[in-house]
Design a binder for this molecule. Structure first.
Ligand code: AKG
Ligand code: FE2
Length: 344
């Protein structure tokens, strides 16, 4: 029930969500809290939403089973394109994503998130990084910007080692930044990205707590070629959505992408940035000379999967900080357990 000032009744929404959970209606519980937070952002609601998304996985995905013969075999809708295929957000659909990934390895979606909305996400990223750097006192109220996420059971591991690894790479986990992640998921849902994902995988979808990362990347960032499949597995059904939240590719870091389909992992053993890095020589052998460094406007998004060979696209002439969110999405039936699931 809303009060006379038309503000949502936060306590009522939280109570209603608990009743829905008790009745096994996880999706409805998530919907009630999402609607409340859309009207008025509130840290209790954002915290609860993350817990529900995580806890819902076991129940929601019980009904999810892998589609046989995935991905669907489709013609190349971008014949003759040797760079990254591109579409405007209005044309986004599972068929186009399937075709682009199968024949070109990635797809650029221009204007995936409205610029103004994207600016609100970028502000949230800044607040989150700043708040993560502050030491809380016992009197600090529950912060919307940075709140370390806890898994609901010790069958999932998420904590210090994950956080320091993300930090080294100029990243902060989305699950530790409840408001930033809420805004991002809500912006994507407004353009139907969640429904497109269900269509694309043919089943329920979960994102990864470990691999959903807010990025504030400085021009001096380290870069190493890699395929995320080196640790996500080659059989996992995945799709990464990498969204630019500031202009990048000219004076701020972008991504370097080899615009072709890979069906397997290439040999690893490259710069010692991380264990799964691929050397420049190996990348050259797999088409490195045709690598593309796309120029992104705020709100543009690149979709690719765990076999796409890529790296942070950075060089010493760059001067600006780049804001982005990397969010890996998975078909629930092939979810890599150690990635710590959250339903969307
Ligand atoms: O943001 C970056 O520079 C790296 C992103 C990346 O490697 C990924 O999204 O898989
Ligand atoms: Fe990556």
């Amino acid at each position: 029930m809303e009060s006379s000032t038309n503000r949502p009744d936060i306590t009522g929404a939280l109570r209603q969500s608990e009743a829905l959970v008790a009745a096994g209606s996880w999706d409805d519980a998530i919907r009630v809290l999402t609607e409340s937070n859309r009207r008025e952002e509130h840290p209790e609601v954002e915290k609860k939403l993350l817990q529900l998304r995580h806890q819902a996985f076991a129940s929601v995905t019980k009904k999810s089973s892998a589609v046989p013969d995935w991905p669907k075999s489709l013609p190349d809708y971008f014949p003759g394109v040797t760079s990254i295929p591109e579409i405007p957000a209005a044309e986004l659909c599972a068929e186009i994503v399937t075709s682009a990934i199968a024949h070109h390895g990635s797809l650029m979606v221009r204007g995936m998130i409205d610029k103004k909305v994207a600016e609100g996400i970028r502000e949230a990223i800044d607040h989150s990084f700043n708040s993560a750097a502050e030491v809380p006192t016992p009197r600090t109220p529950m912060p919307p910007w940075y709140l370390p996420f806890r898994t609901h059971s010790d069958k999932y591991s998420f904590g210090g080692p994950e956080r320091s690894y993300a930090r080294q790479g100029g990243g902060l986990h989305g699950v530790d930044a409840p408001r930033a992640l809420f805004r991002h998921l809500d912006a994507l849902s407004a353009v139907g990205f969640d429904r497109m994902l269900e269509d694309y995988f043919g089943e329920r979808v979960a994102i990864s707590a470990k691999k959903t990362t807010l990025r504030r990347t400085e021009p001096g960032a380290l870069a190493g070629w890699h395929q995320d499949g080196a640790f996500l597995g080659t059989e996992t059904r995945s799709l990464n959505i990498w969204t630019a939240l500031s202009p990048c590719g000219e004076d701020a870091a972008s991504l370097d992408i080899i615009p072709r389909r890979f069906n397997d992992l290439v040999e690893m053993g490259g710069p010692e940035i991380f264990d799964w890095a691929v050397s420049n020589e190996t990348a050259e052998r797999y088409g490195g000379e045709s690598a593309v460094r796309p120029v992104f406007e705020t709100g543009d998004a690149l979709l690719f999967d765990q076999l796409t060979l890529h790296r942070t696209g950075v060089d010493s002439s760059m001067t600006k900080t780049r804001y982005a969110i990397e969010m890996w999405c998975f078909a629930a039936s092939t979810y890599p357990h150690e990635q710590v699931p959250l339903c969307i």
